[in-house]
Write a protein that binds this ligand. Structure first.
Ligand code: FAD
Length: 493
């Protein structure tokens, strides 16, 4: 059997392992942590369970297709439900909006409670669908780096319809020109943060993101987000994939003869031979640490990184019915918040606070009469800020904001606390500067400035994960593995 080595058991690494196993490879996954999942991990302590990273699950079909590819029944491994209620939004002026899966109901609520109309919402969602239709095949599902991707009819069609993807104004400009009520524009501007970008800089093409949530749906795995990781690891193991934990890979070896070709890896000072190597590491560290003597693609690696996050995992006493699974407490001045993050590279004093509480649905995630609050704000990626000072200030500001908007002082109800910040995100998941999604999408060319899924210089060397094409977030990370699968040169062993 030909041998494939996957470096990193992030979600794209696991799904690459599954795909290689179904292609008949003998697959080994080397992971530096003691557990799989990378950013898609969990904290399980003190009676509370938290999903450590992602909390919003979209496009579950990309997970299901891995089970089907292996000839298995997805529900034997993994279950999830579509959410009726997507997110509760709270504003400083007292406005509360609830985004629900029933779009007519959502549009009606906006018409009733704000100065915007249901028609504006429908126009927006239609536009979001159009952008999806024009972009998804070309920008998300195929490599941008092979000629064959461009000789498809739908590529020509996309070129003809390029004007429809709204690439020449910012997301905020587009949304503020459509919505009379600026609070509704703010709600839709927030989608830029789904890939760690700034709506005041990023192209309005990012208005595609709500289509994933409102058309395809928002979901919750019945055992929490981490069960995406554990059920895919189980599938991989059933297919014979071997996971080696606590095994940081030190180097990727390639032959230096006239044509460069991957030869294997070095781990614990031992050479392990492979026909194919797939790196799931952040591309920045793949070049910096594993391909040290290889000329790195400087332009791609120097792109601005996406934002990072500061997360408080709080075990909170009491049940808080005004909150749902996903909740947003908006900053009053959204533009100032993004200017702080992107221009001043610091934490804004009135940040938008995201609160995710899985115990609303999964009762075993918190002890009786308690809730597991995952409280996150967007922060800049790490460039050496005085994080300890910033974190202490942010904690106060978040508690004050919760107090102001929800009218509750929860400080004394916090019975458990753990914190994740840009430094620990980098240390725990190998993400350069602690960015959540690889490069930012703050300019029109971002899609073309992500690293391809293969090396054009080293034969049989591939790259998957949120820092390479097509981008960050679980669905796109899964697609990166699929693109490799579809472009693989099966080596003769
Ligand atoms: P990663 O998760 O980056 O994992 C890479 C793996 O490589 C790690 O396990 C690491 O330990 C390992 N590794 C590193 N160096 C080595 C080495 N030398 N040898 C061996 N192994 C190594 N996405 C969503 O879709 N929805 C969300 O709601 C969402 N929210 C997020 C919130 C947070 C706080 C974070 C951190 C991320 C969030 N994301 C979200 C993004 C999503 O988590 C990522 O895009 C996705 O999980 C990235 O997967 P990946 O395959 O790139 O691997």
């Amino acid at each position: 059997k030909p041998k494939a080595i996957i470096i990193g058991a992030g979600i794209a690494g696991i799904s690459s392992a599954i795909r290689m196993a179904t292609k008949g490879f003998d697959v080994d996954v080397f992971e530096s942590n003691a557990f799989p999942g990378g950013k898609l991990a969990e904290i399980n302590t003190g009676g509370f369970r938290f999903d450590a990273g992602p909390s919003l699950f979209t496009m579950p079909q990309y997970v299901d297709e891995l089970f089907k590819l292996a000839g298995k029944n997805p529900t034997d491994y993994f279950e999830y439900e579509r959410l009726e209620e997507i997110c509760r939004y709270f504003y400083e002026d007292g406005l509360k909006l609830t985004a629900v899966a029933d779009l007519n109901k959502f549009a009606d609520e906006i018409e009733t409670k704000t100065n915007s109309t249901a028609k504006e919402v429908n126009t927006y969602l239609k536009k979001s669908e159009t952008i999806y239709k024009v972009t998804h095949k070309v920008f998300l599902e195929r490599t941008l780096h092979k000629i064959k991707s461009y000789i498809h009819w739908d590529t020509f069609e996309s070129v003809f319809r390029f004007g429809q993807i709204d690439a020449f104004r910012t997301q905020s400009e587009a949304n503020n020109s459509l919505f009379k009520d600026k609070r509704v524009a703010q709600l839709f501007n927030r989608y830029a943060t789904y890939n760690g970008s700034d709506p005041y800089q990023a192209p309005a093409t990012l208005n595609v993101i709500p289509h994933f949530e409102f058309h395809f749906g928002a979901f919750l795995p019945s055992k929490g987000m981490y069960s995406i990781t554990t059920s895919l690891v189980k599938l991989a193991e059933d297919l014979g994939v071997k996971f080696q934990y606590n095994k940081p890979v030190g180097e990727i070896k390639y032959s230096a003869e006239n044509k460069l070709k991957v030869e294997g890896i070095i781990c614990d000072e031992e050479f392990i031979k492979a026909d194919v190597v797939i790196s799931n590491l952040d591309i920045w560290f793949t070049y910096k640490n594993l391909l040290k003597n290889f000329p790195a693609p400087k332009k791609l690696l120097q792109q601005e990184r996406s934002s990072s996050a500061l997360i408080f995992y709080w075990g909170v006493k009491g049940i808080h019915p005004e909150l749902g699974l996903h909740n947003i407490l908006f900053a009053e001045n959204y533009k100032a918040e993004f200017d702080s993050i992107w221009k001043e590279k610091t934490i804004y004093h009135d940040p938008t606070v995201y609160i995710n509480i899985t115990s609303k649905y999964i009762k075993s995630d918190a002890p009786e009469n308690c809730e597991n609050w995952f409280v996150m704000i967007n922060v800049p990626s790490n460039s050496g800020q005085s994080w300890d000072v910033l974190i202490a200030e942010a904690r106060e500001n978040i508690l004050n904001k919760i107090n102001r908007i929800l009218k509750k002082d929860i400080a004394k109800s916090i019975v458990f606390e753990q914190i994740l910040d840009p430094r620990s995100i980098e240390a725990k998941t190998g993400s350069y500067q602690g960015s959540l999604y690889g490069n930012s999408s703050n300019n029109q060319f971002a899609a073309f400035l992500r690293h391809p899924n293969f090396s054009s210089k080293i034969k049989n060397m591939y790259f998957c994960g949120g820092s390479v094409h097509p981008g960050g977030g679980i669905p796109l990370a899964l697609l990166s593995a699929k693109i490799i699968d579809e472009n693989l040169n099966i080596p003769k062993s």
